[in-house]
Design a binder for this molecule. Structure first.
Ligand code: FAD
Length: 480
């Protein structure tokens, strides 16, 4: 196949022809829409990324068609950006260097449901997987609050944790991802299989080092979950109740969501007006029906009042959203629906058991930073992440907010940076070594790693030898 000299000289109709029989769209509105994700949550990323567009969208329906797309991209030296639902927050799916956008949503078959696992094609929607699992008595260990439009491939490549992680850990917890299959970008793309122990080579690499075709995930027995909202007068009590719930024995109080939300944020939840009084700090949870009494007793001990408890049938009858749509990054979305000047940040809490320190930070940050914490659990260790609403005024004020967190030992995983290494995280050289093996021309999602250009001249083994610092938790930016 002939090569084009420069991107500007590329004849996209010829590329579209070469992609045949794969369906393509070159309609400018479609190409523009498929070039965006939820980066606009960040005014900083919005300014940086809003003018980055691809040139052509391909819609493969099978892994053979996906392989054909990658072979054509390789032959023409075209940048390729994989795209699932496009719900990432940092512009992960934005084609910074233009080129081909490969949308995977037609590769959506659920291939196998077995004892404790599900095997699916990369473009399957998380909500569809859960819907297929439930009648068989299973559910996913975790899913993002965007489950209705997010794909499993996008979650494994771009996400990190979600509803279920307070019970089952983050995605990277050993045993949650059982297998990933991914194609290389070569003249003849090769499908590589990454088993559980090697899944982290591909997980959370933002589609930089292979096109995921298939994923096998651990599943857990499903339960009769009840969505609960508990109100508190003080945020410190609400947070302390959250920590107590996250630490409780799962035999006594199981839970697959444990979020605490500052009352100022909850006042932006009009859908709850008829059910939850205004001005209350809320603990949002999903608890199995048989543990509701123990849950309420624990909440009352911290000064909480149960305002809402609804199972799935009751939720549908009340015409309310899922409770997790008031958690994770959906809190930011709820606020943005009424005021576009809001944004958010991602902050690790140094000692999740220390409610007083969290409260002191809440007061120190002042009126333009409203906290919201997500609790997760890996083994016996509890983690708390703050996803505060930040009322954005300037990059300088945002930097000041970040510095205030960091001065007291809180870790800022900056949500306003579009490279995988974030501001000052350790690079994951395993990811880049596999990029060298799977994508030797560096065509996949170019511009998303600031370290790649420095190491691409090395061999894969030399890159790997640079270190695997990201074995430790949370080094590269984690989307939640
Ligand atoms: C309101 C809101 C709430 C959110 N809540 C959560 C949450 O609870 N937990 C969480 O982890 N995240 C959350 N996110 C982020 C995001 O929704 C999830 O990470 C989601 O799973 C991404 O899936 P997607 O299909 O939309 O991926 P996309 O946005 O399409 O892609 C994400 C990344 O994966 C790459 N990619 C996509 N498909 C493939 C493939 N087949 N092979 C290789 N690379 C691929 C893309 O190139 C991109 O780099 C939230 C975002 C929003 C806006």
């Amino acid at each position: 196949m002939p090569h084009d000299a420069t991107p500007e000289a590329r004849d996209w109709s010829r590329v579209a022809e070469a992609l045949n029989p794969v369906g393509v769209s070159d309609d400018p509105v479609t190409v523009k829409k498929r070039s965006r994700d939820f980066f606009w949550y960040s005014p900083i990323l919005n300014a940086e990324l809003r003018r980055s567009f691809g040139d052509l969208v391909a819609h493969p329906k099978t892994r053979e068609e996906l392989a054909h797309c990658l072979a054509v991209a390789h032959a023409y030296d075209i940048p390729v950006t994989l795209r699932g639902g496009g719900t990432g927050n940092y512009g992960q799916a934005v084609p910074l260097h233009g080129g081909l956008i490969v949308e995977t949503t037609a590769m959506n078959h659920i291939l196998e449901i077995g004892e404790g696992f599900v095997r699916v094609e990369a473009g399957a929607l998380m909500a569809d997987i859960n819907a297929a699992l439930h009648p068989e008595g299973w559910e996913m260990t975790m899913f993002p609050s965007t489950q209705d439009i997010a794909t499993v491939g996008g979650f494994v490549a771009g996400g990190s944790a979600g509803i279920g992680s307070v019970a089952n850990g983050p995605l990277r917890e050993p045993g949650n991802i059982l297998q990933i299959k991914a194609l290389s970008v070569e003249a003849t793309p090769v499908e590589h299989v990454f088993d559980a122990e090697n899944a982290l080579q591909i997980h959370h690499a933002w589609g930089l080092n292979g096109a995921i075709t298939e994923v096998t995930l651990r599943t857990v027995p499903t339960r009769d979950w009840v969505g609960c909202m508990v109100g508190f007068d003080d945020y410190a009590d609400c947070y302390a109740a959250g920590y107590a719930l996250a630490s409780a024995s799962p035999e006594q109080i199981a839970r697959k969501l444990c979020s605490t939300v500052d009352a100022r944020i909850c006042d932006y939840f009009p859908r709850l007006d008829a059910h939850v009084p205004k001005g209350r700090h809320l603990l949002v949870s999903l608890v199995p029906r048989e543990h509701l009494d123990a849950f309420e007793t624990l909440m009352v001990r911290y000064g909480g009042t149960m305002h809402l408890a609804m199972d799935e049938a009751e939720r549908q009858a009340l015409k309310l959203p899922h409770v997790f749509e008031f958690a994770y990054n959906h809190t930011t979305l709820q606020v943005l629906k009424s005021d576009r000047s809001a944004t958010y940040q991602q902050v690790g809490v140094p000692d999740p058991s220390d409610a007083a320190r969290v409260e002191a930070m809440r007061i120190r940050q002042g009126e333009d930073v409203w906290p919201h914490h997500e609790f997760t659990r890996a083994g016996d260790v509890i983690y708390a992440a703050d996803l505060p609403i930040v009322w954005f005024t300037s990059p300088e004020r945002l930097a000041e907010i970040n510095a205030t967190y960091e001065a007291d030992g809180f870790t800022v995983y900056d949500a306003h940076v579009h490279v995988i290494e974030g501001n000052h995280m350790q690079p994951d050289y395993r990811h880049l070594a596999w990029k060298k093996r799977m994508d030797p021309k560096g065509l996949l999602n170019p511009g998303k790693s600031r370290v790649w250009e420095r190491v691409r001249h090395l061999s894969a083994d030399e890159i790997e030898a640079l270190g695997t610092q990201s074995d430790t938790k949370g080094d590269s930016n984690d989307t939640i």
